[in-house]
Design a protein around this ligand. Structure first.
Ligand code: ARG
Length: 461
């Protein structure tokens, strides 16, 4: 395709380092879609005669059919998907095929192909994230009143409900989806027609190709059009944050399914056994979701480093955008699917959770709040009194509710036996009715709100 001034072909190693066909062949549908839009525009603009346009269109469709049918032979010497498609087109339609590349370059072509692929992928990640939100909101509704310990520093802090915990991830995923949609909106400008870097002298209609490919408008600067990989960076960045959210949840599942915690049970479908220890139920899927965040973040870091020193406009370095982007976004898609399956199937062990929620003096804050509310103590003083009572209970190895009224009154004489009502875990969670708090009624309201939103056509984003 570019051999005019060369006397000999590339060295074997040159070919190996230069070729991208091994991984960019997946861009075939986008590449052919872009070429069809381009050639139709060339015809309408009077740059190519109708007969040539028709021949090229038929040829492109024939190439597409071959690729879809699996009969297409990809050759490394043809370097990349753009040259592979054009070469086969030439075999099918003859020299007329050479007119397709009028007023474009592989630089604007590859940017367009990648944007189309990333755009489709963002749309499907958004949909998958909505599916996970739905699974979590359903679990939340079913377990709006299932108490569990809430942690800070992984120390028992205050009781919460299992549903409330699930809804925390629904909120995170809502922000992830917002980021996917933002990235999509910002990438949706068409680079096609920027040509190599400077635009073209042919009277092309970039607005027409942009519209034909579903872009909002053409990119406004030809140099930026071919030098920009923000769309990949931004998508990987959004993907990294989402992967981190999934990884945190995965970590919780790993901890919660251990025999020592025993908070939840994953289904057989999402656990594996050990070949040597028959008692084991390993949370492999959760562990892999936790681990795959590394690939996603790695792809983002890798591409940032590829881009950081590049002068305008295109450099071959940018060919390195592909493998990481493909791999990372696919990995995230798999993680979202695995998480959705795990969440749908998992069952919290309500008894264990309730027992754990009541241990570790988790209702100490409720006692302090009671002293403030009922006795008018300043919170700092109430905190101090409660601390003394926790110390007394702990020295005796009993719970706060097991201290006698006279024990209580030693720390603060005005305490009455009404205090025992707030020391129960159920009372604790149902009293937390402040907006966004863990009270079961709040959880039911929020879960129901999410399920309704997720059923709307925009899927709540
Ligand atoms: N395979 C190349 C890539 O992915 C296509 C663009 C090549 N452009 C060039 N001027 N060599 O980046």
């Amino acid at each position: 395709m570019w051999g005019g001034r060369f006397a000999s072909g590339p060295a074997e190693i040159m070919e190996e380092i230069n070729a991208s066909i091994g991984f960019d062949k997946r861009l075939a549908p986008q590449d052919i879609r872009g070429s069809l839009a381009h050639v139709a525009m060339l015809g309408k603009a009077g740059i190519l005669p109708p007969a040539d346009v028709a021949a090229i269109e038929d040829g492109l469709k024939a190439v597409r059919a071959e690729i879809e049918g699996g009969g297409f032979v990809f050759k490394r010497e043809l370097e990349d998907i753009h040259m592979s498609v054009e070469s086969r087109l030439t075999e099918i339609v003859g020299p007329t095929a050479g007119r397709l590349h009028t007023a474009r370059s592989r630089n604007d072509q590859v940017a367009t192909d990648m944007k189309l692929w990333v755009r489709d992928t963002l749309d499907s990640l958004d949909e998958q994230a909505a599916g996970l939100q739905r699974a979590l909101a359903e679990k939340a509704l079913a377990h709006a009143a299932t108490v569990m310990p809430g942690f800070t520093h992984l120390q028992s802090a205050q009781p919460v409900t299992f549903g409330h915990h699930c809804l925390a991830y629904v909120e995170m995923l809502a922000r992830d989806r917002g980021r996917f949609r933002d990235a999509r909106a910002r990438l949706n400008e068409c680079p096609l027609g920027a040509a190599a870097l400077a635009g073209t002298s042919f009277p092309i209609d970039r607005h027409a190709t942009a519209a034909a490919l579903g872009f909002d408008r053409p990119t406004a600067n030809s140099l930026d059009s071919v030098a920009d990989r923000d769309f990949a960076l931004e998508s990987l960045s959004a993907a990294s944050i989402c992967a981190v959210h999934l990884s945190r949840f995965a970590e919780e599942l790993v901890v919660w399914t251990s025999a020592q915690f025993n908070f939840v049970r994953l289904s057989d479908g999402y656990t594996t056994g050990s070949s040597i220890m028959p008692q084991k139920r390993n949370p492999d899927a959760a562990e892999l979701v936790r681990a795959k965040s590394g690939r996603v973040i790695g792809a983002l870091t890798g591409l940032l480093i590829v881009m950081k020193g590049l002068p305008l406009a295109y450099s071959k370095d940018m060919q390195e955008d592909k493998e990481g982007t493909f791999d990372a976004l696919q990995a995230l898609s798999l993680c979202l699917a695995a998480m959705t399956g795990m969440v749908r199937d998992l069952e919290p062990n309500a008894d264990v959770l309730a027992r754990a929620a009541g241990s570790g003096y988790a209702t100490a804050t409720d006692l302090a709040d009671w002293l403030v509310r009922e006795l008018g103590l300043p919170f700092r003083e109430a905190h101090h009194v409660t601390g003394r009572l926790v110390g007394a209970a702990s020295a005796r190895g009993v719970g706060l509710e097991e201290l006698s009224l006279s024990d209580m009154q030693e720390a603060e004489p005005r305490i009455t036996d009404a205090v025992y009502a707030v020391l129960g875990v159920e009372n604790s969670v149902s009293s937390r009715t402040s907006y966004g708090g863990t009270a079961p009624d709040n959880v039911r309201t929020q879960a129901t709100r999410w399920l309704a939103l997720l059923d709307t056509p925009s899927g709540a984003a």
